[in-house]
Design a protein around this ligand. Structure first.
Ligand code: PLP
Length: 395
């Protein structure tokens, strides 16, 4: 059969990380590739207890197993509006809160309501790989804004706003993916001022704020805004479980109602059982105890990876040292192309992601992203040792 696919499928390929997943079913593979929380970090016993309680309530569970409203399970909308107070959003209202099927859906819905074919979005360079992929499905263009140690360069941002007239600016300002960077408060204010001045929406994607194991918390950009310019997107994937596929989006009512219309067409609603589990987790006060348990483990793994990098990687490899999140991002001063080493690494049972895939133009070849949360301590040590040998040309 000769299928007549839509134009938007032209040139669309699986993103690099999804491709790498194919190799990860091999149990001997050490993966620094995905953004997966550690399997050991899932609150299995708490979730088992929550499910038992939900199923004990015969009337309650029948409601949960029924179709639900697109906006979300009412108790979770309330607890999500409460949850975002942790990032300084003091006045989130339930009616401004949309429950989404993972943080990824919030990005997709924002694209759906704002983008026409050929429209532009500004992203930090480098940015979350999936955003570049989503933008292609809307036949939109991503332009990268230069970024330094403390986040995007606001002069470059303003210049590119004037040049490209973007529909929105997509940012991960806290423990960003892929770099682990966090923007200081002054930078956040400047970004907001610039966006408001030019009438551009800011999409603040924040799945990582609560994975902080060092430094002081910084308020979200959304918490600084009184104009409705910011869409705040968060997820329970990294702090409870990605398998729940549950997150929340907080924005101006007009934006939320348009996103809700599109969500209705996409999946009707986020699975209510997942929503009820996430709600009971938040409402039951389990989050703080859970974070207290997992954050020292993540800190330990980050330190191990940094130490192994110091010991085994070539001296010209410089990398970030984040206070939270799941990633270290590094660059080789020699300017090698990390893609040239990728298959050799896979053959030697170590997976990473080429940094170039995170850049809007895909053109900074000497970079890599390394995830430190998923592997064991022993795997981090031996995996980085193998990578060191490969990048030094010893394997
Ligand atoms: C920056 C960023 N946004 C969104 C997501 C998607 O999260 P979810 O699994 O909740 O869809 C991720 C996942 O890695 C991410 O890193």
């Amino acid at each position: 059969m000769n299928y007549n696919f839509s134009d938007r499928m032209n040139g669309l390929q699986a993103n690099a990380i999804r491709e790498i997943f194919k190799y990860l079913s091999d149990p001997s593979m050490i993966s620094f590739a995905g953004g997966m929380p550690s399997g050991d970090a899932f609150p299995v016993e708490i979730l088992r207890g929550i499910c038992e309680e939900l199923f004990k309530d015969k009337d309650g569970i029948r409601g949960i197993l029924q179709y639900g409203s697109t906006e979300g399970y009412a108790p979770l909308r309330e607890s999500a509006a409460e949850f975002v107070k942790r990032v300084g959003i003091a006045d989130a209202r339930v009616e401004n809160t949309l429950i989404i099927t993972g943080g990824q859906q919030g990005i997709d819905l924002a694209c759906k309501i704002f983008l026409n074919k050929g429209d532009c979005v500004l992203v930090e360079d480098p940015t979350y790989i999936a955003v570049l992929h989503i933008l292609k499905t809307y036949e939109a263009k991503a332009y990268g804004v230069r970024s330094g140690r403390d986040g995007i360069d606001t002069d470059d941002l303003e210049e590119k706003i004037k040049k490209y007239r973007p529909k929105f600016i997509y940012l991960v300002p806290t423990f960003g993916n892929p770099t682990g960077k966090t923007y200081p408060i002054e930078k956040r204010k400047k970004i907001l001022d610039t966006a408001v001045k030019h009438g551009v929406v800011v999409f603040e994607d924040d799945p990582y704020s609560h994975l902080r194991f060092g430094g002081d918390a910084v308020p979200s950009i959304k918490s600084l805004d009184s104009t409705g310019a910011v869409i705040y997107n968060t997820s329970f994937s990294k702090i409870i479980s990605p398998g729940l596929r549950c997150g929340a989006c907080i924005a101006d009512g007009e934006i939320i109602s348009k996103m809700t219309l599109c969500k209705q067409a996409t999946d009707v609603h986020t699975p209510t059982l997942s929503q009820a589990i996430a709600d009971a987790f938040l409402r039951g006060g389990f989050l703080d105890g859970h974070l207290e348990k997992i954050l020292p483990v993540y800190l330990g793994k980050k330190k191990l990876m940094r130490a192994a990098i110091e010991k085994y990687m070539p001296a010209d490899f410089k990398c970030t040292d984040p206070n939270g999140g799941l990633f270290i991002f590094g660059e080789f001063g020699s300017g090698i192309n990390t893609a040239d080493y990728f298959m050799k690494a896979l053959k030697n049972k170590v997976a990473y992601v080429n940094g170039a895939d995170f850049f809007a133009a895909g053109d900074v070849f000497s970079t890599v992203r390394l995830n430190f949360s998923n592997g064991s301590g022993a795997q981090i040590e031996s995996g980085i040792k193998v990578l060191g040998k490969i990048f030094k040309g010893e394997i």
